[in-house]
Structures are given as C-alpha cells and as structure tokens.
Design a protein around this ligand. Structure first.
Ligand code: ATP
Ligand code: MG
Length: 390
C-alpha cells in the first residue's frame, strides 16, 4: 500500500518569479525539511509536487507535519496511491477513508481524470464510487451542495490517487527565492516572530546574537538557539553568529551617560550586524522592533539606531500590537521558550531613565569617548558560528 503526499504550490504568490524557479526552490526546501526522517522521492508534474517515502519505516505523520511548515505551499494532502482499475479504486477508497466516512453523515465524491485513456469519465467515477460507498456505509447520504466530507479521486499518469480535501499549507514564498538577510535575534518574543515573517516572504536567514558573558549565561544562549531551531523548521538551516558584547557594554557603562546606554548599545549592534551581513552576503538586516513598545523603539530612537547603518533594515512587526505578535509566536511554538526568564544583554544594562527622544548629535558626542571602530573590529573578530538545522 503506497501513501504519498500531493502538494499544490502557491500560484498566486508566483507573480514576478517564474514557475520553475519557484518549484525548484520548493522541492529543494522539501528535501531539506524531510532529510532527517529518511529518504523521499520528490517530483513535480502537472502543477503538483509528489512526495513519496522510499521505505516503510518512515514516520509519515512527522513528515506531514514538516511539510505543513514549508513556505510556498498553498495546500497539501496525504493520498493513497493505487492501480488505475475501478474495482481496486473502490476497495482502496473504503479502506483508506473508512475512519473519516464513519464520522460524518453526508458526503460527495469529486473526480479528476488527467489520464484521458481511463475508461470512465469523471462523472461516471463519481457516480460509481458514490453508489459503492452508500452500500458500504448505510448511515451515509449524498449531499452535493454542503457535504460534511468530500472524497477525492484523481486519475493521473502514474496511478489513481484517493484522498480527503486538502489542508492549507504554510503559504508564502519558498525560502531562498527572496535573497538573504540577517535577523538580530534576542531571547525575546519579538525577534523570532520577525524572523519567521521574513522567511515567509522567501528570505533565507542568518542569525546574529549578542551575548555578554558572564552577565548573560550559557542557558540564555541555549534559549536563543532553541528559538532559532523552531524558526528553522520553517526557514531551513540557519547559521547563527554569536557576538561577544561584554567589552562594548562595559566600555559604554564606564564612559557614556546612563540615559543613552541602550541607544548607544543598539547602535553598536547595528554597526556590527552590518559588518557581519556584508561578510556573509546578506542584503538586509531584520529586527523585532515595533513602534512605541519600549523606550528604544520610539520613532526618534529608531532613527538614531538606523543612522549608523546604510543597508536596508526590515522591521516586519513595526505596526503590530503585542497581542498580535504573541498570537504568531504561539502558532510557531516559540512563545513558551521566549518567556523563560533568562536575561538578555539589553536587560543587564538597562538605564533607570532611558531617553525616549534622543538627538543624533547627542549620541555622536557621547560615542566620542569610545574607540568605536576598534570595539567593532574586536567584536567581529570574536564571533562564533553555530549551525542550526530544522
Ligand atoms: P525581542 O522580544 O525581540 O527581544 P524587544 O521588544 O525585547 O524585542 P529590544 O530588547 O529593544 O526589544 O530589542 C529590539 C530588537 O533588537 C530585537 O527585536 C532584536 O531584533 C534586537 N536585539 C535585542 N537584543 C539582542 C541581542 N542580544 N542579540 C541580537 N539582537 C538583539
Ligand atoms: Mg528584547
């Protein structure tokens, strides 16, 4: 008995990108996401992608869960593949969809016949299957307008596919079709959501995390890597660059006015991130900022941090409420990790009265007390890379 997955790609999202580029990227990403589960055949034909396990011991439920997270999929379904013979199709329909049919009281059958050499037409396939199912399941009746369940039968080149209606996929664009960008990731709620949102638009991610040991712990870093691991289930493998930030924070603490700590620190983050992005061929930076959420995220404060950077900075959460952000973080399963109480470098050095409407020249003046370039170079030289797989 062969079970396969049928995948429809998101055709509406394909404007501006040709079908082949889109599908090649999608197939590659499906391979990446399924790789650790075993070997699969993945091929495309007639605007559908077919996924079939090469051995029987593969965890098929887990494979379906993985596929449901791959961006670029409009919809997908598991299906039974059988011989193109009406008697075999009927027998397999009962066997494969029995549980679903027992739970409902009305149904209809939809058939598609891509292989025109099959002797029955689509309406004939529907009628024959409908009659057979009514006989096998006497509690059922047919409702063609609002059925509780629809049996789908597709006659294609390679065989007959029997399945239930498709479930929606993750949507978006295949990761990699939109270029590369670096997400500044903390252990908070926002940045993993921002990462997920940009991956959904087809952007391949690298992660940048600033750590300040011994003020921040090994476990705080592990927390960030676990968050990236959740995002990687959607975005594919993600290299994470861990930047040693202690010396910079201590220098700021020693030499700069306390009310400007956070902003000067954020400006260093942007400078270092831009350097790393250049080295690793990322075309933009991504942050989890949202207007007004904290003192460092007023419009004037954002203007001051962005001023040190001449690469596009994407802030996909900029106009979202915390509630909306939390809803997504629950959906992508990062929320419970984000709320674990490990300190971030930002919280270690929080000023008592942060300035909410800074002037850029104020910051530039304060930074004159530091050797900015040398500190940036030193941090970049100390970066560690960790590769995170889905
Ligand atoms: P988050 O929930 O993502 O931590 P936040 O609301 O706590 O965001 P801030 O702490 O002001 O906001 O950080 C704003 C943004 O700066 C974050 O969304 C993230 O992109 C980046 N950032 C903050 N701390 C770090 C860090 N330690 N390493 C890398 N990026 C960071
Ligand atoms: Mg934070």
């Amino acid at each position: 008995m062969r079970e396969v997955m049928l995948i429809k790609n998101g055709e509406l999202a394909m404007k501006g990108l040709n079908r082949s580029t889109f599908e090649v990227a999608l197939v590659k990403n499906l391979h990446t996401s399924l790789k650790s589960l075993g070997e699969f055949d993945i091929r495309r034909a007639q605007s559908t992608i077919f996924v079939e396990p090469r051995s029987e011991d593969i965890d098929w439920d887990l494979a379906c869960e993985r596929v449901s997270k791959v961006f670029g999929l409009a919809a997908f379904t598991r299906a039974r593949l059988c011989e193109k013979d009406m008697a075999v199709i009927l027998e397999n329909t009962v066997d494969y969809l029995q549980d679903a049919l027992e739970e409902v009281s009305t149904f209809k059958v939809e058939a598609k016949r891509a292989d025109k050499t099959f002797p029955l037409t689509s309406p004939q396939i529907c009628a024959t299957t409908g009659e057979y199912l009514l006989e096998k399941f006497p509690h059922l009746s047919v409702d063609v307008h609002e059925p509780e369940f629809t049996v789908m039968i597709e006659i294609r080149d390679f065989g007959a596919y029997i399945h239930a209606p498709q479930t929606p996929g993750a949507g978006g664009m295949p990761v990699g079709t939109g270029g590369k960008a670096a997400i500044l990731i903390s252990g908070g709620i926002d940045s993993p959501v921002a990462a997920w949102m940009m991956a959904k638009r087809g952007i391949e991610l690298s992660g940048i995390h600033f750590a300040s040991p011994p003020y921040t712990s090994e476990r705080a870093e592990q927390k960030v890597l676990s968050l990236i691991g959740k995002v990687a289930q959607y975005a594919g493998k993600i290299p994470v660059y861990i930047v040693p930030f202690t010396h910079i924070q201590e220098e700021i603490g020693k030499h700069c006015p306390e009310d400007l700590f956070t902003l000067i620190m954020r400006r260093f983050m942007m400078r270092i991130s831009q350097k790393l992005a250049d080295i690793h061929h990322c075309e933009a930076l991504i942050t989890g900022e949202s207007v007004g959420q904290v003192a460092s995220q007023t419009m004037t404060a954002i203007a001051c941090t962005e001023a040190v950077c001449d690469m596009p900075v994407f802030r996909p959460l900029i106009g979202m409420d915390k509630e909306e952000i939390i809803r997504i973080s629950r959906k992508i399963d990062t929320f419970d990790i984000s709320i674990q109480p490990y300190e971030d470098c930002c919280t270690v050095f929080t000023p008592r009265h942060p300035r909410t409407h800074p002037k850029r020249d104020m910051l530039e003046l304060a930074e004159q007390a530091l050797d900015v370039d040398a500190l940036v170079e030193e941090a970049v030289a100390g970066v560690r890379r960790v590769m995170i797989y889905p």
